[in-house]
Design a binder for this molecule. Structure first.
Ligand code: ZN
Length: 152
């Protein structure tokens, strides 16, 4: 079935996005929620709810409830997948890097972002950039409290 909400992007990219959309990562509830946040993208109707469980200073698991278009759900799934086992500082780096890619600030790939790479195909469609970044801006919000801990 064709997802009409998908903009005209590379077929291979589309396939990867739809694969995440159909079988998203992050659907298993975390045992303990150390950080959480919710985000909404009113332009598209996307909603994301995140819960992060830590083990030491590493992210053990991320639980994501994403509702909305395929790009938002796929990006949420990729987030849950790539952040497993990462330190919070690494997670923030990936988040910043992805935003820079979307804003056309970087073209290089100095960080391995796995499937997230395909989301760069969306940057030609300004309205959809918010869909792709919603889980990541929500993640930033979840970690706001962490910054305060680091500073004190
Ligand atoms: Zn959307």
């Amino acid at each position: 079935m064709l997802d009409r909400s998908l903009p005209q992007i590379d077929e291979l990219y589309k396939e990867i996005i739809l694969e995440h959309y159909r079988n998203p990562y992050g659907r298993v509830p975390v045992k303990r929620t150390d950080y959480q946040a919710e985000g909404v993208n009113p332009l598209c109707g996307d909603e994301v709810k995140l819960g992060v469980e830590l083990e030491g200073d590493k992210i053990k698991d991320v639980q994501v409830e994403a509702h909305g278009c395929s790009i938002c759900v796929a990006s949420s799934s990729m987030l849950a997948n790539i952040l497993q086992g990462k330190a919070i500082t690494e997670a923030k780096k990936i988040s910043t890097f992805l935003k820079d890619i979307m804003q056309g600030k970087v073209n290089g790939r100095e960080i391995d972002i796995g499937d997230l790479e395909v989301l760069s195909g969306v940057k030609k469609f300004p309205l959809r950039i918010k869909c792709a970044l919603l889980p990541w801006t929500t993640l930033d919000e979840a970690f706001v409290g962490h910054d305060h801990v680091e500073m004190s």
